[in-house]
Design a binder for this molecule. Structure first.
Ligand code: ZN
Length: 258
């Protein structure tokens, strides 16, 4: 299984920045989990190979690249972009983004080959298959309905919390898995901003440390993502102070393989 966190922004020289403003995880160059920077940062290969997009929740930093991705591919799609989301998230996308005011309602449009978008509903607790992956969505605790995911292929399983405050159901599920290669967990704000983290249903390094006490397994790598760029230095330093050897920061752009 290959995983890449797509870049969000660029340095002055044009190279991809290591700052994560937006969330898009690409698996096996075929399936995108969230679409924050999908249209802007995917490679030419990914542009032609990604036709399934799984949305954890409808916040802008997770969906901003979705309308642009569909727009970019509109004329050439020979199959629709399949947007996998809960009914609640689909309703938000249709009402607030694909509403003919912010962007066209692509679900009502077709090109010469047929529809360009197909919504595929999933519900937390019900596994579904996408491409070569089995996806198990687990509701986490965010300001809006949001899902973490356990994602498996024939040989590998990873788990991704998505945006969340401290949560329990996710860890209960992860602890029961027969094997796990990696867990990706969010940590948005430094400890000084615990109040803001609580208001926005995100985590601080102190809470990250507490969450990882719920992880009852030693067989997996652990990666932190979704660190707010404005507080990156403090947050990373506080994460390092947790002194958890297998805990690493998920690097923007790097291709991980398990
Ligand atoms: Zn969010």
């Amino acid at each position: 299984m290959k995983l890449q966190l797509l870049p969000s922004t660029f340095e002055s020289g044009g190279a991809a920045s290591k700052r994560q403003h937006l969330t898009t995880l690409v698996l096996d160059n075929a399936v995108a989990f969230d679409a924050g920077s999908l249209a802007m940062a995917c490679s030419e290969e990914q542009r032609t190979s990604i036709r399934d997009v799984i949305i954890s929740h409808a916040h802008l930093d997770h969906v901003a690249g979705l309308p642009l991705f569909i727009d970019d591919l509109f004329a050439t799609l020979t199959e629709p972009i399949r947007v996998h989301a809960t009914p609640e998230v689909i309703e938000v996308l249709e009402e607030h983004i694909f509403n003919w005011k912010i962007y066209p309602r692509f679900s009502e449009l077709a090109n010469e080959f047929g529809p360009v978008v197909e919504y595929v509903e999933f519900r937390p607790g019900s596994c579904f298959e996408v491409h070569n992956l089995t996806v198990d969505p687990i509701e986490v605790d965010h300001k809006v309905q949001s899902c973490g995911f356990v994602i498996s292929d024939d040989t590998t399983t990873i788990a991704v919390t998505g945006d969340t405050a401290p949560t329990d159901a996710f860890w209960a599920r992860v602890n029961k898995l027969p094997s796990l290669q990696a867990v990706l967990i969010e940590c948005a704000f430094p400890n000084e901003l615990a109040e803001l983290a609580a208001l926005s249903f995100h985590m601080t390094p102190d809470e990250l440390g507490n969450e990882l006490k719920k992880l009852e397994r030693s067989d997996c790598e652990i990666f932190v993502m979704n660190i707010k760029p404005a507080y990156c230095v403090e947050t990373v330093s506080q994460i390092r102070e947790l002194n958890i050897e297998r805990l690493k920061i998920l690097e923007v752009g790097k291709i991980y393989e398990w």
